[in-house]
Write a protein that binds this ligand. Structure first.
Ligand code: 6LW
Length: 527
């Protein structure tokens, strides 16, 4: 049970679930934040808040295929680390599409954060060639110059590249040159430049996005440096030697900002461990207060740590952080709510909203299976709470080779599915677990009813799967088995994994004429 929220407290994460690489920009008392979205579509979710602790999604920056081509995105490819900035009444969101053939870094813009955002403007070298690296950022200087920065390399290794850019054309006005290599931690990345009290501050992430991730900062009187490292670097990190289940780890990649009341804050990502050193919900967004020491260096949370509970202050001291709610969808709207994502660019002919008497979602499977990349017929929502339940109402009369159901999905190699299919002419349901190259299938349960419900109950350590249907005058319920959260954790993956678990409905079929599966409702309930 959720306890009654207390006023004046930040409970981290402020944006739970897979919302990583946060960047924040303010317009008066309105705060907007954007996040990485990798191979999921639409891309770059936008959240809004007026009190820093209650955040609600308002749109996506990238909602058209012409802005976001993900055809060639492998797992954890696609859209990396965005930066959000506002200049002369226009919002700019700059990011990288790691799998695009058109370029790498690009920005989209809009006069309103509700969008729609423009088509992509690709950032290029002065000779028009594409710029490698990740984590692009924009900085609008007081003299009207605009600076682009991102991860770059020179003979000393990885560092932060910077160059003036002509925003209209996206062309750099000079070659990218490294202005800081960081403090010596691995992977200096995630740069953001700020002009504060006559200094240029360059804040970066270091240490890699895992245990030992950190935030470091340097400053210079001149934008091109030389940059002097803060003597207290890193200004934020967790001590990973003392990992306890549930504690926050991997803190880094942030954005610093001054609130409308003159208080300072940092937004970063980190993750909550489920069991020992394991996390499966992805990197989540955290908030911490910032003060300035006598030498003009920022101090995060007084101790350079990110605590789970931190007092709010300034204009926010009375704010009450409400628990993140669940949702129920009966798919009766003509468009999908912001809760939903596709895997890469969907073939919308396979998804029918309002499919039965103005409600329900009908999915028609293809031969693209969940174990493959590409775009399986899949509609997912992020798991945002360790303890939660998912209930799906479904009707399905599968032919041989047709399958549909509900999955807890991390990657093509790591997912647990409740599969409904036809075997020997009978509708059956079973649990399938895919973990790396291990495939396990549970006992078949015969489902006599055309309409039935699939259920997942999640805890920190376990997912439990079951099916229920009406039988005669009563309800039958059968357990299908359980799966460990551990084996869907980022740490269990063979390849780099930047995302978090989703709950998704799906359909797949080996048949030429697949039968559609109707999902009449989907419910996500935090416990
Ligand atoms: C991103 C990098 C990082 O490009 O992870 O934690 C990478 N930081 O800055 C993917 O999110």
């Amino acid at each position: 049970m959720n306890k009654k929220p207390e006023a004046g407290i930040i409970k981290n994460p402020v944006i739970p679930g897979f919302y990583s690489d946060p960047s924040l920009c303010r317009d008066g008392e309105d705060y907007y934040a954007v996040f990485s979205s990798f191979e999921f579509f639409p891309g770059v979710p936008v959240f809004h808040s007026r009190d820093l602790v209650n955040w609600r999604q308002i749109t996506y920056c990238l909602s058209r295929r012409s802005q976001l081509e993900l055809k060639d995105a492998v797992t954890s490819d696609g859209i990396y680390a965005p930066t959000l900035r506002r200049h002369s009444g226009t919002w700019y969101m700059i990011t990288s599409n790691r799998c695009s053939k058109e370029g790498n870094h690009f920005y989209v813009s809009s006069p309103s954060m509700s969008g729609p955002f423009s088509g992509p403007v690709w950032i290029t070298n002065p000779d028009g060639s594409s710029i490698d690296g990740v984590d692009p950022s924009l900085f609008f200087d007081e003299d009207g110059q605009v600076y682009f920065s991102c991860v770059a390399w020179d003979e000393h290794g990885q560092g932060i590249g910077q160059a003036r850019v002509d925003l209209q054309s996206g062309r750099l006005l000079e070659p990218l040159h490294i202005v800081w290599h960081g403090t010596g931690g691995t992977f200096p990345e995630g740069p953001h430049t700020y002009r504060i009290n006559g200094w240029y501050y360059l804040m970066i992430a270091e240490g890699g996005t895992e245990y030992g991730h950190k935030v470091s900062i340097a400053r210079s009187r001149k934008i091109d440096g030389p940059y002097e490292s803060c003597p207290r670097n890193p200004i934020l990190t967790q001590n990973y030697q003392y990992v306890q289940s549930g504690c926050i780890q991997g803190v880094g990649h942030g954005d610093l900002f001054e609130a409308h009341d003159g208080t300072w804050w940092i937004i970063v990502h980190g993750f909550r461990t489920s069991l020992g050193k394991l996390h499966h919900l992805g990197r989540e967004t955290m908030l911490a207060p910032v003060s300035w020491d006598a030498d003009g260096w920022p101090v995060v949370s007084e101790n350079g740590w990110l605590d789970e509970t931190i007092p709010l202050h300034g204009a926010f001291s009375e704010a009450v952080q409400e628990p993140v709610p669940g949702f129920r969808d009966d798919f009766s709207d003509s468009s999908l709510s912001l809760n939903w994502n596709f895997l890469r660019n969907p073939d919308l002919r396979r998804y029918h909203l309002q499919a039965s008497r103005g409600k329900g979602l009908a999915l028609t499977g293809t031969a693209r299976f969940l174990d493959q990349e590409g775009s399986p017929v899949w509609l997912g929502t992020r798991q945002r709470h360790f303890d939660c339940q998912v209930h799906v109402n479904m009707s399905f009369s599968p032919g041989e080779g047709d399958e549909a159901g509900l999955t807890v999905y991390q990657t093509p190699e790591h997912h647990y599915d409740i599969a409904v299919t036809s075997e020997n002419g009978k509708r059956v349901c079973f649990l399938r677990k895919t973990v790396g190259d291990i495939h396990w299938e549970g006992a078949r349960i015969y489902i006599p009813a055309e309409e039935f419900m699939l259920h997942i109950r999640a805890s920190r350590t376990e997912y439990e799967f079951s099916v229920s249907f009406s039988e005669g005058d009563g309800m039958e319920a059968a357990s299908l088995g359980s799966g460990r959260t551990q084996l869907l954790s980022t740490e269990a993956m063979q390849y780099q994994n930047f995302t978090g678990t989703y709950f998704a409905v799906y359909a797949q079929s080996a048949s030429e004429q697949p039968a559609p599966a109707l999902f009449s409702s989907f419910e996500y309930c935090p416990e």
